[in-house]
Design a protein around this ligand. Structure first.
Ligand code: FAD
Ligand code: 2HG
Ligand code: ZN
Length: 490
C-alpha cells in the first residue's frame, strides 16, 4: 500500500517560526551549489516533508535537501557541521512516532531535512550470496519486486511498503508481518554504508554472514532513528522464494486461544508458519466501515480472528493438505471456532487487504505499540482492558497486530469522534494505565515503531538509569554536538 498523508488533523503540535538565521541565504546558496537548485526545497515545496503521515507533528526546516549520492550526502552533512545546523534524516516519512520530521518548538537550532528519496539504486544483486546492496531511498516494495525478479524473497513486509524506504526501515528496525519467520529488519541486514555527523563516510558494505572482528558497528545505526548518522546504503539478505502459500482467516475465542493456537500450529507446521496476525472484531468492523464493500470473511461474527500464512518450497497441494490437517486437529482440540482458507491468490490478497487497511481505518486514537512475552499476551489484553475501562468507562480497544511476535497495537478510542478527541488530549493518563500492565509483564512500550518524539519522554520511565546513561554516552561519542535528529529518542 502506498500511504499518502492522512487528511485529518489531530494532536497537532502546531507550526511555529524558527529564530532568524542571518546566514540562511548564504547557507542555502552553498547547498544549491552541491545539489543544484532543484534539490534544495524551501517554503511550500518543503512543507510536505515537515509533516508526518498522521499529521500529528508539524515542524519547520531551513530547507529540505535531496542528495542523489553518498558523496552528496557527505558534502551536505559536512556543510551542516560547519554551520552548526541540525539534521533530520528522512526516508518515506511514514513514521508513526514523529521521528522523521523537524521539531516545531521556537528557539530551536535551525534544522535541515535530508531526504534520501533520490537514492534509489540497487547497486548489486548477488544471487549466489543471497544478498542485494541497495541505496537507502529504495522503496521497500521495489526491493521485494527486485528480489522476486531474481527468483528470491525479500521478506520484510508492512502495510506502508509502497511508501517506506529501506533506510527508514533500517533506522527504525521495522517489524511487520514476516518477523515470526524471518526476524526484524536488523536480522535482514549484513552491512551498512553510513555518513557520520561530521560528513565522514563509514564504508561497511560487507555481505558476510560471519565477521567477528570486534564491535558490530552496523547495529548501532540500525534502530537509532537517525540520531547517530545517515544510512546511505545497505547489504540486505535474500531468501529462497516460496513456491506454495496458504492463507487462513481463523475465528477464535480470545487472544489467549490465539497464543495456544500459535504453539499448536508451530508444533505441526514448524517454520512454515510465516505470519500470525491478531485482528479484533472491532478492527474488522472499522475496516468494513472505512472501505465499504469489504466482505466479512466468515458467515457469522466472532470477537477475535487470526490471519495466518504458511509458505514453503513444495507443492501447493501438499502445503494445503498439511495446513488443513493441522487446522482440523486444532478445531478438534477446541482452539478454533471457524476458519476460511483462501483458495486463490486473489482471495488471499483480499484477506491481507483487510489486515493492511486497519492502520488507516482507525488512526485517530491513542496508539500503543507494545510487546510482552508471547505467553503473557492473554493477560495483557484482559488485564489491560480491565484497568482501562475502570479509568475510562466505555473506552474501545482497537487491538490487532503481530501476536506471533508478542507485539500488539493496543489502540484506545471512544464510541464517538468527539469523545476520542477528548481521550487523545488525556493520552498521558491512558498511557500510564496501560504501561503499568506492560511494565508488570516485563514488556516494551515500543515494539517496532521506535520512540521518535512521541515516546521520547515516556521512555525515561521504562529504562534503567544505567541503560539511559549508556545510550547518552554512545550518542555523545558519535554525535558530540547533538546535531542528528534532535528531540527524538533521547
Ligand atoms: P521515515 O518515517 O522517513 O523515518 C523513520 C525514522 O528513521 C526517523 O527517525 C528518521 O529520522 C530515520 N531515518 C529515515 N531514513 C534514515 C536514514 N537513511 N538514515 C538514518 N536515519 C533515517 N512499522 C513497523 O515496524 N511495522 C509495521 O507493520 C508498520 N506498519 C505501518 C503501516 C502504516 C500504514 C504506516 C503509515 C506505518 C507503519 N509502520 C510500521 C511505521 C513505519 O512505516 C516504519 O517505521 C518504517 O520503517 C519507516 O520507514 P520510512 O522510510 O517511512 O522512514
Ligand atoms: C501495523 O502493524 C502498523 O499495521 C500500524 O504497525 C499500527 O496503526 C497502528 O497502530
Ligand atoms: Zn505493526
Amino acid at each position: 500500500m502506498n500511504v499518502a498523508a492522512a487528511t485529518t488533523n489531530r494532536d497537532n503540535t502546531g507550526m511555529t517560526s524558527i529564530p532568524p538565521n542571518p546566514h540562511a541565504n548564504a547557507q542555502l546558496a552553498q547547498f544549491r551549489e552541491i545539489l543544484g537548485p532543484a534539490h534544495v526545497l524551501t517554503g511550500a515545496d518543503a512543507a510536505p516533508f515537515c509533516t508526518d503521515w498522521r499529521r500529528a507533528y508539524t515542524g519547520e526546516a531551513l530547507a529540505v535537501l535531496r542528495p542523489a549520492s553518498t558523496e552528496e550526502v557527505s558534502r551536505c552533512v559536512a556543510l551542516c557541521a560547519e554551520h552548526g545546523l541540525a539534521i533530520v534524516p528522512q526516508s518515506g516519512n511514514t513514521s508513526l512516532v514523529g521521528g522523521s520530521v523537524p521539531l516545531s518548538q521556537t528557539n530551536k537550532r535551525p534544522e535541515v531535512v535530508i531526504s534520501l528519496s533520490r537514492m534509489q539504486r540497487i547497486r548489486e544483486l548477488d544471487a549466489l550470496n543471497d544478498t542485494m546492496t541497495v541505496e537507502a531511498g529504495c522503496v521497500l516494495q521495489t526491493l521485494q519486486e527486485a528480489a522476486d525478479a531474481a527468483d528470491r524473497l525479500f521478506p520484510l513486509s508492512l502495510a506502508a511498503e509502497g511508501s517506506c524506504q529501506i533506510g527508514g526501515n533500517l533506522s527504525t528496525n521495522a517489524g511487520g508481518v514476516g518477523v515470526l519467520r524471518y526476524g526484524n529488519t536488523r536480522d535482514l541486514c549484513l552491512g551498512l554504508e553510513v555518513v557520520l555527523p561530521d560528513g565522514q563516510i563509514w564504508h561497511g558494505l560487507k555481505g558476510l554472514r560471519k565477521n567477528n572482528t570486534g564491535y558490530d558497528l552496523k547495529h548501532l545505526f540500525i534502530g537509532a532513528e537517525g540520531t547517530l548518522g545517515i544510512i546511505t546504503a545497505a547489504v540486505m539478505k535474500l531468501f529462497p522464494k516460496p513456491s506454495a502459500s496458504v492463507t487462513a482467516w481463523i475465528a477464535l475465542e480470545s487472544p489467549q486461544a490465539a497464543v495456544e493456537l500459535l504453539a499448536a500450529l508451530r508444533a505441526r507446521m514448524g517454520d512454515r508458519l510465516t505470519a500470525f496476525e491478531l485482528i479484533s472484531r472491532v478492527c474488522l468492523t472499522s475496516v468494513m466501515a472505512f472501505r465499504p464493500g469489504t466482505p466479512d470473511p466468515l458467515s457469522q461474527p466472532y470477537h477475535w480472528y487470526v490471519l495466518a500464512e504458511a509458505t514453503d518450497g513444495g507443492t501447493q497441494e501438499a502445503l494445503m493438505a498439511r495446513t488443513e490437517s493441522a487446522l482440523s486437529e486444532c478445531i478438534d482440540a477446541g482452539l478454533i471456532h471457524d476458519v476460511a482458507l483462501a483458495s486463490s491468490t486473489a482471495q488471499a490478497q483480499a484477506l491481507w487487504n483487510i489486515r493492511e487497511t486497519i492502520p488507516e481505518a482507525q488512526f485517530s486514537n491513542v496508539k500503543h505499540d507494545i510487546s510482552v512475552p508471547i505467553s503473557c499476551i492473554g493477560q495483557l489484553v484482559d488485564e489491560g482492558m480491565d484497568v482501562l475501562r475502570q479509568a475510562f468507562p466505555s473506552c474501545v480497544g482497537y487491538i490487532f497486530g503481530h501476536i506471533g511476535d508478542g507485539n500488539l497495537h493496543y489502540n484506545i478510542g471512544m464510541p464517538s469522534t468527539e469523545e476520542t478527541q477528548a481521550l487523545i488530549a488525556r493520552r498521558a493518563e491512558v498511557n500510564a494505565v496501560l504501561y503499568a500492565v506492560v511494565e508488570k509483564l516485563n514488556g516494551s512500550i515500543s515494539a517496532e515503531h521506535g520512540l521518535g518524539q512521541l515516546k521520547r519522554e515516556e521512555i525515561q520511565h521504562h529504562k534503567s538509569a544505567l541503560e539511559l546513561t549508556l545510550m547518552k554516552q554512545i550518542k555523545a561519542a558519535l554525535d558530540p554536538n547533538a546535531r542528528m535528529n534532535p528531540g527524538k529518542v533521547l
